[in-house]
Design a protein around this ligand. Sequence first.
Ligand code: PFF
Length: 530
Amino acid sequence: MKEKNQVREHWGGSLGFILAAAGSAIGLGNLWKFPYVTGQNGGGAFILVYLLAVLVIGFPVMVCEISIGRSAQSDAISAFQKLSTGKSGVTHMLGLFLMLGACGLFCFGKYGLAGIFFLVALVIFRFGWATVGILSVVTPFFILSFYGTVGGWTIAYFFKGLFQQLNFTDAASAEQTFATFADSFGPAVFFQLLFMGITGSVIWFGIKNGIELASKFLMPLLLVFILILIMRSVTLPGASAGISYLLTPDFSQITPHSFLAALGQAFFSLSLGMGAIITYGSYLDSEKNILSSSLMIIVADTFFALLAGLAIFPAVMAMGMEPSAGAGLAFQVMPLTFNSIGDHLGWLWSAIFFFLIFIAALTSAISIAEGCVTCLIDHFRFRRKNAVFWTILLASLFGVFCSISVFNWNRLPALQKALVWAFGASDNSLFDLMDHFSSNYLLPLGGLGISLFVGWQWGMRHALTELRKGGSEVTDINFFALLAGLKDDPLSKGTHSLTLSLILGILIRFISPISVILVFLYNIGWLSLK
Ligand code: PFF
């Protein structure tokens, strides 16, 4: 399994890196989560809050993740080990805090959470900051399990569309078709494994010949397909209701909850907190500009989320459908909407729509799996092909459990019993639990670890050294002097300067960790905003 003295691969160019990272960011989070969350939280007003979260927290964390990866030139676990020199009081305090939390939770009979707290505390005591890296190798298995399931559905529905098997014209048949398929053991598992196999086959060929090449081909395709759907959607009579549903700002719906929803959505959508971007950053060479690349990635992701809203809501509203969330919206409402247009091309619109989601999910799944693959290669000295084989095999097996339990627990009664004992009763299927657990717990925790690490351990000074390497002197421009037209005035370089590096430092050391802690406490129900 050993791979000796291999020269580390790098992206062929900035464009390849940006497209691959944008491919990671643009996924199910944009296509079915963002439009719905936006519609429910005050439309245009929520978009403003979301943009704030992306700029103030998403952007700095993304810059940090790429800087960590590029500086360490290794997988996430090795990166945290390499960059954290010396002892850290912060990790010991965190470990102690979690240990106390575990005792408290145990006393209240919350054995499952107590066990998780206890385990994480032990890992922190043993591995220090590398725990953040370890988290970023564990989280992918949770995300891939439901991502692979949905990815498989999109392939199946693409073919169903193409072969005119989605011809239903009422909501009950749409629901019936979806339930029959998603609950069918064989086909659901087959398509999930197929999706994981396709994901693995791209990573098999490495960074340049696999991920970069695929991204350069798939990302433009994604844009073309969504533009085609938008043109169909916004030209339907009555489409303006959907556009206003999405964009009309209703500030009365902005509550503290909106800020938290926006932050959670920003983390998931930008692929932050999980090592995917650290891993992609580790294949970047030092001539590339991290700041401008990060900016392009977040702009692409946000822009695509808006495009997804424009493709979905105008059509749904024009056809008088109820815009529901998640799987129901994509697999029932959308084909039904396309069938009601009356141009006899419903099958084609459905096929295009599911192919679009398939590509978006594929490029994201690739980045999720690549984090583990790179870790096996760099940290455990696997050959790439072996690393891909084991990652995909394990993630697929894990995902099969999700695939076969989307609607009920009938097929996994023992697992349900164990989970109810550990975490208390829940109506959710394993599929929902995986989504909920990874998006609401693991990603914010990873994001917190990354902000604390860069802000208080590795240090902003090192992060900035990495940023300046790409020739981006923009970090040190005095904004006040720039505004006053005194950018080149030597005297304006003095004490009262406001530079991007100062802003980034404050955001990473204080604003980002505090916001993530608030979101985290809210998610676990320890912070109420009523
Ligand atoms: N950003 C992806 C989406 O919006 O669907 C999901 C994701 C990918 C999350 C990669 C985390 C990650 F590391």
